[in-house]
Design a protein around this ligand. Structure first.
Ligand code: CO
Length: 460
């Protein structure tokens, strides 16, 4: 059986290890080689790439995508999309979501992995529909989480519902690296028995379970796995590409990767990793194995956020109490998966509950919006006392939140006027307004200078 590999060095590995700060110029020189490696796809866009390009790298994210496409015409390009939230944490109107998907495909994306932080299928419907309309591959995503209400049955139901929407594959996304090998085996097996589309597995090496989980997922029938070229693998990144290829071939799986090309790619990225370590961009701690996430059942990133939040308030001695409060808050909220932004919201509320000495004395506006139904349907029931406290007798929103939103494109177009040179600019602005405006200003300034002087030929 053939196992396909999605290489994540340009997106998730870059995001997980060096906060997405790899400029295009760093990897430009290896793209043509990467195109020959035999990858199923190259994850290279979406997630935090867009924000980082505009905010830190002074790059047009759309132009980055077009350049990657040009250098890699033979490999499918893949992006991560947060459903109705596109690349952020709030719901956008449908016209924005549709144009974003359409333009992503036009600029070079072949596969869009679409997820919702609450696994609320209504929040991925429009993005899936538009992906399919544009002839691209829609990968419906299950955010893997552990709770008393999440089980094989609920995950299989979600997968079946997504198959009904018409997705071309189903991805199991374990953003925290807490999926054990048996979890992976059981889930993939159940999915293979219940849906027809290929199964993709995405995990992180954070807790050290990653390699084991991928191996067992493959044994259960997974079709595609996400890995990162070894120099950029491990720790909070993905398991290593070359290692998985080696191990799976030993088990007689067919792997279409060219080892010589992988070696060239790895050699290319080694000095980039060394440079990142030297500059301090890469913290050696994120390269290691962090098993606390398994003890506390919360993602490593959330744990380090809690520690820094409490340290800043000189209250680190309260950490144990906050860690005990965290699962209680999560339960009160109906067990949302601990993925951004829910992980931060739950963590901040748990810390507040402990530090103020009274549970829910202060409630963040995000938690209030969540309880009002503005993020989608909570996976389980919200605690009735908490509901009463926040809703004050009002009814929560039970419909799809985006149905309540006015179209977003006309206002953005009117505001930007001529400063937007394309639909892509309008979308950059909608996704990250201040960053996009600052980027446009710099670009306009640069163009002014570029055009102020031109070299002309002498007359013959
Ligand atoms: Co990830």
């Amino acid at each position: 059986m053939k196992i396909n590999f999605t290489e994540t060095v340009l997106r998730d590995a870059n995001q997980s290890l060096i906060a997405t700060r790899m400029p295009f110029s760093d990897f430009e020189g290896i793209l043509k080689t990467m195109d020959k490696a035999g990858y199923y796809s190259l994850e290279c866009w979406g997630g935090a790439i867009f924000d980082s390009c505009l905010r830190f790298l002074n790059e047009d994210p759309w132009e980055r995508l077009r350049k990657i496409k040009k250098a890699c015409p033979n490999t499918k390009l893949q992006m991560l999309l947060r459903g109705q939230n596109i690349l952020g944490y709030k719901h956008y109107p449908d016209d924005v979501v549709r144009l974003f998907v359409k333009k992503s495909v036009e600029n070079g994306i072949d596969i869009i992995r679409i997820f919702d932080a609450l696994n609320d299928i209504r929040n991925i419907e429009v993005a899936v529909d538009e992906t399919l309309k544009n002839g691209a591959h829609a990968s419906g995503t299950i955010c893997f989480t552990i709770s008393p209400i999440h089980n094989l049955e609920s995950n299989v139901k979600l997968a079946k519902d997504m198959e009904t929407l018409g997705v071309n594959s189903i991805c199991v996304k374990d953003m925290a690296g807490i999926m054990g090998p048996q979890d992976a085996y059981d889930l993939v097996k159940a999915l293979k028995e219940n849906v027809k589309v290929p199964i993709v597995v995405h995990t992180h090496s954070t807790t050290g379970l990653g390699i084991l989980a991928l191996q067992k997922a493959v044994e259960a029938g997974a079709d595609v796995i996400d890995t990162a070229i070894s120099s950029f693998s491990g720790g909070t990144s993905q398991p290593p590409t070359e290692t998985l290829a080696y191990a799976l071939r030993q088990e007689a799986y067919e792997v279409d990767l060219d080892d010589k090309v992988l070696k060239q790619i790895n050699d290319y990225f080694k000095p980039i990793l060394a440079k990142s370590l030297e500059s301090g961009l890469l913290n050696p701690l994120v390269m290691g194995t962090e098993t606390d996430a398994l003890v506390y059942q919360i993602p490593g990133g959330m744990l380090s956020n809690l520690v820094s939040q409490l340290t800043a308030q000189n209250k680190l001695d309260k950490l144990d109490e906050v860690l005990a409060e965290t699962p209680k808050v999560r339960k009160d909220l109906g067990y949302p998966p601990l993925v951004t932004p829910m992980s931060q919201m739950v963590g901040v509320q748990a810390a507040g509950n402990v530090l103020s000495g009274q549970r829910y004395k202060n409630i963040s506006s995000e938690i209030k919006s969540y309880v009002r139904g503005e993020y989608g349907k909570p996976p389980g029931d919200i605690d009735s006392e908490l509901k009463k406290l926040i809703l004050n007798g009002e009814e929560p929103i039970t419909g799809r939140y985006a149905d309540l939103l006015k179209p977003g494109l006309p206002a953005a177009r009117a505001y930007l006027g001529k400063r937007a040179k394309s639909d892509e600019d309008v979308l950059s602005y909608i996704a990250f307004p201040p960053q996009a405006e600052a980027f446009f200003d710099k670009r306009d300034e640069k163009e002014k200078h570029t055009y102020a002087y031109t070299i002309e030929k002498l007359d013959d």
